[in-house]
Ligand binder design. Structure first.
Ligand SMILES: [Zn+2]
Ligand SMILES: [Zn+2]
Length: 420
């Protein structure tokens, strides 16, 4: 896969011109030394990292920008940094005279840099420290604002620098998370097709195929990743980057984020609200993909009722408030705007049943997904140990409240919600 070729974009048969504004992607051994040249035109650099990511790649990065004026913000390594208003303010304070932000890190650091870079119109480079998620190349910044998990449209980094010697030393759960984030594309892609049928949502076969190709490549890596083989880590990072580019091409995270991501966001948000533990993003995505595969199997195998499931408004609001606490009001307001609760979805499903069942049956079974996860050392027992059955059922019913995006969680709720 020639990523720099892909960055040139293309006119697509779907009618869109697919483009991505990233200028450079360097994924190789000693990639960080390429910063010397890539940052040549900039004079004053703000380094953003946390203690752990700085320990992983800070010195190499500083060596590569030696001679430049720079300031740095190093967040504590513990507790987990949350990409919220406080963290944004801390970075924003340091921006005077800065003409380049260099983030050193993965998920949260890159979301924060992406957000601040966009709002202050200062380019940023990301020095990746873990192949842990697909957000490096996407325009969306996953933030927690007002307590809500929101994806803010921001912009892509000007450069992604991924040094395979650094990546292979990442904590194993971060590497597994990257693998899991990619396995989740089975579910995300299936949801995309489903919404295309049910809601007539935009769909692009080229982007679908590109994402699917990365998925297939990644499945072969499990063993090498567990052994920290540099080549496997490199291919995983490439897959994560290409999927990010696919999101830029689509103009949204749709190809890469569906019901499995809504569930992972649910575990994260309810974890923050109730002070409960949750897994790294990609690992929650991976386990949630087993759940959403099982939902599709049930939709395929169980009879559909005559009426769609709808609780009373009071019962619904009480459930949201129990699950989401202070965030319940914004969830309810979002769904009021989306309007799916007021629609007769069952008629649409019955009318398009044949196409819907075909798409649902394209998804691997829950057992098959579980085997893919086992290969990378991820076991469902861990998931069932951390989250109670009730918490998982609540997520299946109400993770959809966090987003304005249609997925199989909606279909399951409409058709089999009375079972939850
Ligand atoms: Zn297209
Ligand atoms: Zn993800």
């Amino acid at each position: 896969m020639d990523i720099n070729e892909l960055l040139k974009g293309l006119h697509c048969t779907c009618g869109k011109h697919h483009r991505c504004d990233i200028q450079h992607v360097v994924i190789e051994r000693d990639a960080i030394s390429s910063l010397r040249k890539l940052a040549e035109a900039y004079h004053s650099v703000l380094i953003v990292a946390d203690e752990n990511t700085f320990a992983a790649a800070g010195n190499k990065t500083l060596a590569a920008i030696a001679g430049k004026h720079f300031r740095s913000i190093i967040f504590p390594g513990n507790p987990i940094l949350i990409p919220n208003e406080a963290a944004i303010a801390q970075i924003t304070q340091e921006l005077t005279d800065i003409d380049l932000i260099i983030g050193i890190g993965s998920g949260v650091i890159q979301d924060l840099c992406k957000y601040v870079s966009f709002y202050h119109n200062i380019p940023y480079f990301i020095v990746a420290t873990a192949p842990s998620m697909d957000g490096y190349a996407s325009t969306g910044a996953a933030m927690i604002l007002d307590g809500m998990k929101v994806t803010v449209s921001a912009k892509v980094p000007a450069a992604i620098i991924a040094d395979t010697e650094v990546l292979k030393q990442a904590p194993m759960d971060m590497i597994q998370a990257g693998y899991g984030d990619i396995v989740g594309k089975y579910s995300a892609l299936n949801d995309w097709k489903l919404s295309h049928i049910v809601n007539g949502e935009y769909f692009c076969q080229y982007i679908y195929d590109l994402t699917f190709e990365m998925l297939q490549k990644t499945l072969n890596l499990a063993d090498g990743l567990l052994k920290r083989e540099e080549e496997s880590v490199k291919v995983l990072m490439e897959a994560l980057t290409v999927v990010g580019i696919a999101m830029s091409f689509a103009g949204s995270s749709r190809p890469a984020s569906g019901s499995e991501h809504h569930l992972s966001h649910y575990f994260e948000i309810t974890g923050i609200v109730h002070g409960e533990e949750y897994f790294p993003h990609g690992i929650d995505v991976a386990y949630s993909t087993v759940l959403t595969a099982a939902l599709r199997e049930q939709l395929l195998n169980q009879p559909w009722p005559e009426t769609q499931y709808r609780p009373t408004k009071d019962a619904y609001l009480a459930e949201l408030s129990r699950i989401y606490g202070p965030v319940a009001i914004s969830c309810a307001a979002l769904q009021e705007k989306v309007g799916l609760y007021k629609k007769d979805m069952l008629s649409v499903y019955k009318e398009k049943a044949h196409e819907i069942l075909t798409v649902l049956s394209e998804m691997p079974s829950a057992n098959e997904i579980e085997a893919m996860l086992n290969a990378a050392g991820l076991h469902m027992q861990e998931f069932n140990k951390l989250y109670s059955e009730k918490k998982i059922t609540d997520g299946i019913a109400y993770a959809k409240e966090l987003k304005d995006r249609y997925t199989v969680l909606w279909m399951y709720y409409d058709i089999l919600g009375h079972k939850l």
